[in-house]
Write a new protein. Structure first.
Length: 350
């Protein structure tokens, strides 16, 4: 880290998922040095969460800016938001969208407190920004800004590379392959993920891990192949013909954007962010309806070659990583320009 760089502490609820991908991209930002801290070691409920907040409070002492990820983490760190130059990224409003009744009213109140305390609150998609303003009102959301997620693009895989990877995975040249990646939990629509390929007559590759992995492995057959967790998504993209996303809700999925950038048309749930991402480069189907997904896959598969360039161009034009980094840096500059770093220590969580 150079002397001129300013430290940013990224506080995430746990390792894994799109939040880590997001922070990895922002780590390339010039003029800012990114550090990260997880409140808990995994996505499962953790009794040591308060200790995570305490560690975050102590780590914030050496940073000029804190950037908190998600509604829950931001709620736990509200004192830091109020006392430090701060940014929050919501990453899909997952808390708000999974609750109803009194719990939803509390989730809205939480968002209002976050918006009031943070220097800026970032929405990662147009759909999320609109949903936030509907929930809290335009006045309460005046310091919310739209900075869409972005991804890097690579040249398309060569035919020889594609053949080699498919051979390594035991795939025939004639097989139509749909790729699914993510954490295997109920939100990701595991039943649709296993049933739709059989109904559509395509092979499904699943690069995944999570609490429901044993159940999915038990349902796997020659049409559904569950791979060990792996980081070489570019190779899986090269082997696949289309991408499938079966989750009930998303922020603006990095895996989906990366698939589009690799030239894979997509079949996704009709969550607003998914529809916003794919445009004309795929089809949307209702969550949990395997027959609807199978039908969409059968409609996309025959025209996948024609849709490949549409998918790639959409990622390059609308969701480039450089634009996301540039706009986020402008947010950081604005926040620090409005409010200098604290001059007294933060209160330490007990």
């Amino acid at each position: 880290m150079s002397v001129a760089e300013r430290r940013v502490l990224h506080i995430l609820p746990h390792p894994g998922g799109g939040g880590e991908t997001y922070v990895e991209l922002l780590s390339e930002m010039e003029g800012y040095h990114a550090e990260r801290l997880f409140l808990a070691p995994s996505s499962r409920p953790q009794p040591a969460l308060a200790r995570g907040v305490g560690a975050a409070t102590r780590a914030a002492q050496r940073c000029q800016l804190i950037h908190i990820h998600g509604e829950v983490a931001a709620a736990l760190c509200l004192p830091m938001l109020a006392m430090c130059p701060s940014v929050v990224t919501l990453h899909g409003l997952h808390l708000l969208r999974r609750v109803a009744g009194l719990r939803r009213r509390l989730a809205v109140l939480n968002l209002r407190l976050i918006l009031r305390s943070a220097g800026r609150t970032i929405c990662v998609s147009r759909s999320e920004h609109e949903a936030l303003l509907r929930a809290v009102g335009v006045q309460a959301g005046r310091r919310a800004v739209l900075v869409p997620n972005g991804v890097k693009t690579n040249p398309p895989a060569r035919l020889e590379e594609r053949k080699a990877i498919r051979a390594e995975l035991g795939l025939e040249d004639s097989e139509v392959v749909a790729l699914w990646v993510g954490s295997l939990d109920e939100r990701k629509g595991r039943l649709t993920a296993t049933r739709a390929p059989r109904q559509a007559g395509v092979t499904r590759l699943m690069g995944a891990d999570g609490p429901l992995r044993p159940l999915v492995e038990a349902q796997a057959d020659k049409r559904v192949r569950v791979l060990a967790p792996r980081r070489d998504l570019r190779r899986l993209f090269a082997a696949a013909d289309l991408f499938i996303l079966t989750s009930s809700r998303e922020g603006l999925s990095f895996a989906l954007l990366e698939a589009l950038a690799a030239g894979l048309p997509a079949v996704v749930t009709d969550a607003p962010e998914n529809v916003e991402a794919i445009g004309e480069a795929g089809l949307a189907a209702p969550f949990g309806v395997a027959a609807g997904f199978a039908d969409a896959v059968m409609r996309v598969a025959p025209v996948r070659a024609q849709l490949a360039e549409t998918a790639r161009a959409r990622a390059e034009d609308l969701f480039p990583a450089d634009r996301m980094i540039h706009r986020t840096r402008a947010v950081y500059d604005d926040v620090l320009g409005e409010r200098q770093p604290r001059t007294r220590p933060l209160p330490t969580a007990q």
